[in-house]
Ligand binder design. Sequence first.
Ligand SMILES: Cc1ncc(COP(=O)(O)O)c(C=O)c1O
Length: 263
Amino acid sequence: MDQDGAGAADGIVHRARRVLPAGTFGNFPGEVVIRAGRGGRVWDETGKEYVDFLLGSGPMLVGHAHPEVTAAAQARIAEGTTFFANNRWGIELAEEIVRAVACAEQVRFVSSGSEADLYAMRAARAFRKRDKILKFEGGYHGMSDYSLMSLAPRQPGNFPRPIPDSAGIPRAVRDDVLVAPFNDLDSVAGLVRAHRDELAAVIVEPLQRIIPPRPGFLAGLRRITAENGVLLIFDEVVTGFRLAYGGARNITVSFPICARWAR
Ligand SMILES: Cc1ncc(COP(=O)(O)O)c(C=O)c1O
């Protein structure tokens, strides 16, 4: 990198600090400013090359600037960008998702995983006419008030009471969230039975961050929730179409991969 390159890169870090909270878009340090990516590699403003383990925090499944994806996006964008109305491509995508995901009957498109989880929990509460949601400590379901509970609590193990992960969440929301330890079926069973008349749903990441489900855990959740008339929400924002085409659900029904993960 030459002197000019270093100066320009340094300048953009300072500009970011002025206009972005903590100088960063999100969780990644603002000192690295990416200019371009191709496949599994990215380059920063100074020209330094990285192997990209972030991959956009998930969505870049086939890497950056894949020629087929780029060509398809360019072709579509030339026809208009967003219509707030049904369109052929969205309908065809919904058809493909329903084909691929064994339990999917219909698709609602939203802009983010946070919204998807928020709407799923709201739909469960509306359908069951109950207010409480059970989640797992360490499970991430986006940035809504209901989701930001006991993701990374300072005092872990405060079951079943949730600890908010952010200021600004109304106290009343805590009363409607129960927290259980991941992979502990007995604890979940006890909580679900004790709260069955007020519990709308259990929400779970089939692979919680990097923690694989113990063999039998997900099947046990399915059984316990079904027996008690509580809905089960699989949050596949990360796992859908990444662990398997059609989602983690497609591999967890037969469990061979979960068994291998757990060793
Ligand atoms: C399992 C899970 N659910 C929900 C979300 C929230 O998605 P988004 O960042 O699109 O709001 C994430 C984001 O990483 C996630 O990993």
